[in-house]
Design a protein around this ligand. Structure first.
Ligand code: SF4
Length: 143
């Protein structure tokens, strides 16, 4: 996505404006509607689009990382779904404190445990499951 509120805005069928397709999974953020505000105001002024824009919100190790202006700390939605904290460093990053969640998921997937007809969420580490199951259903082969 290239950073929250940097390149993309999308409008859902109800008129709600989001900075990415999955942003609605993050609790506590009010996404404004085109029924109530202009797109320019939503982009520039809304608290939702400003929430993770730039670098001020970043924790360490992102705050002092030389790559922070390239990936902006990774995906906020992924961070929330994997750790329960939308401000966390994206666990996909090897420097993230919670990177072990992704490493465990990769190990398990490569062991063949995920190669079944079950939803992927049922075979991933329990910490991931607790956060994600109620919000997403990951499937290997959606039908
Ligand atoms: S996600 Fe990783 S690479 Fe990106 S800014 Fe944070 S610590 Fe640096």
């Amino acid at each position: 996505m290239g950073g929250w509120g940097r390149r993309l805005m999308l409008i859902d069928p109800a008129g709600k404006v989001l900075p990415c397709h999955a942003a609605g999974v993050i609790p506590g953020i009010e996404f404004e509607s085109v029924s109530n505000h202009s797109l320019e105001w939503i982009w520039r002024e809304s608290s939702a689009f400003r929430r993770f824009r730039g670098e001020e919100w970043m924790p360490e190790p992102c705050r002092s990382c030389e790559r922070r202006t390239e990936d902006f700390g990774g995906c906020r939605c992924q961070a929330f779904l994997l750790t329960g904290n939308a401000e966390a460093t994206d666990p996909a990053c090897s420097l993230a404190p919670a990177h072990s969640i992704v490493e465990a998921a990769v190990r398990e997937a490569n062991s063949g445990a995920a190669a079944s007809s079950q939803p992927v969420s049922s075979s991933l580490p329990s910490q991931f499951n607790q956060q994600a199951t109620a919000l997403w259903e990951y499937r290997l082969n959606p039908e």
